[in-house]
Every structure is written in structure tokens, then in C-alpha cells.
Design a protein around this ligand. Structure first.
Ligand code: 3PG
Length: 307
């Protein structure tokens, strides 16, 4: 049986070596498709494989239908909004993610971007410190928890909102739980987004929420650009001179922001929250193990679709 690793943004070499070992030790064959240029290359490569490991690569209906032998697709990472789950379920293809495996890398980048912004892009001018500032974690999953842990080291006052957790599950970590998303935005100068991109969350970070933030508002996005209502973003930038936005991947209206609000934003050139050797190894090897566990023992832990 064949396992395809389809990564437009390749894993670090050590991760690929580890994935290969797990796959080959299990008697499976590894097929590598890295840095591909066209979605058609992915569609072609999936034709005769049994399993696929992807990152932010698009496992579209076309891909899932082209994989005639496909039994499982594993997103080596957290967000699986790049997998067409309906198409996967219709084709009886198991879809999985590898929750938590790249969380620390993403959390460290959130701080890297925050520091870069509060120190004025290291231009030599006087900036601000994070110590003593309020930080709101919008969702308290694996990444939110890591950001909270680091924030406490910086001496920040950390709050979190997560509709899927009880206050006790948040407060056990020394993080203050708030009752509503509005309360989180009203209390916190810094908001770090850790919500997935779903039909309910897309466009949900809007003017109503952002305008509630106290003076010195900075929005930190290591989640997905789609959760932001971009018209609201522009409006907040226009109405609040104190507002800053740092994001791991540029919004669609980045050219407008770049032109109108210089110095008040930072966007990575390419999504790079999980782009560390450690995260690649953690998530890549977990994906390979999950594929072996499923193909050889039927283990469906971490399945995210139903059929
Ligand atoms: C995730 O959802 O795990 C992150 O966005 C990482 O995406 P990447 O694997 O494309 O870097």
C-alpha cells in the first residue's frame, strides 16, 4: 500500500526521514510530492495511493474523487478546513488531524509577532512592554493553552473564553475564564485568536467585537484569515489610531492596509506558525503513525468526519 506525502510547503528533512521510517517499517511505500506548483499535480499524485498526509494542502472533492484507492487523509496539524469533509465522507475516506502537535510552534510565533509589533518593527524607536497588559485567548485549545503559558512568563494578565470548556478547566492553569466573547474583547488589550475556521466562525471577528477592545488594542491572528471580517478590520484601523493587527498570513485586503496604515500591522509572507523542525517532526510523525494505526489496526482516533 502507498502513502503519499503531499506538501506544497515541505516538512523539514528530519521529519520526512522519520515519516519514511514509520511508513517503511510498517511495510508500506512512501511517495513524496513536495513544493508542487499546481493543484493538478496533487490530483495526479493521489490516483493510486491508499493514504495521504497533507499540511495546508487542499484536499478538495477533486482530490478525494481522484484517489480511487484512498482510505485515509491526515492533516498533519490542527485546522482541517482544507479538507472537503463531505466529499471525504461520501467516498468513505477517513479524515484526521494531529491535534496539539504543532501548538508550541504556533504559540511562539504569536509572541514573535507581538514583540515585533510592540517594539515598532525593531526600528529603534520607543515601544511598549507586554508585562502587565491584558491578553485574551479567544478559544483555549492546545495553541491557546501554550500562548497562555508563555504569556504568564511575560507577566501578562491572561483571560480566556472557550464555549466548549467549563471555567474550572481554564482556571486550573491560572488563566481567568470570562463568560462571553464580548467580555473577553472588552477586557483585553491583546486578543490572540485560536478559533477554527468553520461556517459559524468565518467573518465572526467583526467591528462589534474589535471596537470593544481597550486602548492599545492589538489583534494577533495565528488561526485563519477567514475568521476576520475584513471590512470591519479596515473600519477599526480607520476609527482607532491605537489599533494594531499582526497575522500569520496576510488578509485579502493587505494592499489597502499596507497603503493606509503603515507600521500598524505585520503579516508573514507565508503561513509559518507551524514551520519549525520540531513541529514538522511532531505533526508529521504523528500523521504517519496514525495512518499505520488505521491501515493496520483500524484505529480511528482523531477522525474528524463521520460516515
Ligand atoms: C495548523 O492548522 O496546524 C496550522 O495552520 C499549520 O499549517 P501548516 O501545516 O500549513 O503550516
Amino acid at each position: 500500500m502507498k502513502v503519499l506525502v503531499a506538501t506544497e510547503k515541505p516538512f523539514a528533512k528530519q521529519a520526512v526521514d522519520g515519516i519514511r521510517k514509520i511508513i517503511e517499517d510498517a511495510g508500506l511505500e512512501l511517495v513524496l510530492l513536495e513544493k508542487y506548483k499546481e493543484q493538478a499535480d496533487f490530483v495526479k499524485a493521489v490516483a493510486d495511493v491508499d493514504a495521504v498526509i497533507i499540511r495546508s494542502d487542499i484536499a478538495s472533492r477533486e482530490v478525494l474523487e481522484a484517489g480511487k484507492n484512498l482510505k485515509i487523509v491526515v492533516r498533519a496539524g490542527a485546522g482541517y478546513d482544507n479538507i472537503d469533509l463531505d466529499a471525504a465522507s461520501e467516498r468513505k475516506v477517513v479524515a484526521m488531524n494531529t491535534p496539539g502537535q504543532n501548538a508550541n510552534a504556533v504559540a511562539e510565533l504569536a509572541f514573535g509577532m507581538m514583540l515585533f509589533q510592540v517594539r515598532n518593527h525593531y526600528d529603534g524607536s520607543s515601544g511598549f512592554e507586554l508585562k502587565g497588559k491584558t491578553l485574551g485567548l479567544h478559544a483555549y485549545g492546545f495553541v491557546g493553552k501554550c500562548v497562555g503559558r508563555i504569556a504568564k512568563g511575560f507577566g501578562m494578565d491572561v483571560y480566556a473564553y472557550d464555549p466548549f470548556l467549563t471555567p474550572a478547566m481554564i482556571e486550573v492553569d491560572g488563566v481567568k475564564a470570562v463568560e462571553s466573547v464580548e467580555e473577553l474583547y472588552s477586557k483585553c488589550q491583546y486578543i490572540s485568536l485560536h478559533i477554527p475556521a468553520t461556517k459559524d466562525t468565518k467573518g465572526s471577528i467583526n467591528f462589534n467585537l474589535l471596537s470593544k477592545m481597550p486602548q492599545g488594542a492589538t489583534l494577533v491572528n495565528t488561526a485563519r484569515k477567514e475568521v476576520i471580517d475584513e471590512a470591519s478590520l479596515i473600519k477599526v484601523f480607520e476609527e482607532r489610531k491605537d489599533f494594531r493587527y499582526v497575522s500569520d498570513i496576510a488578509p485579502d485586503n493587505a494592499p489597502i492596509i499596507g497603503e493606509k496604515f503603515p507600521g500598524r500591522f505585520y503579516f508573514t509572507a507565508k503561513k509559518m506558525g507551524a514551520q519549525t523542525e520540531e513541529a514538522n517532526i511532531n505533526a508529521g510523525l504523528a500523521a504517519a503513525r496514525q495512518i499505520v494505526g488505521f491501515l493496520q489496526k483500524g484505529d480511528k482516533t482523531f477522525q474528524v468526519n463521520k460516515f
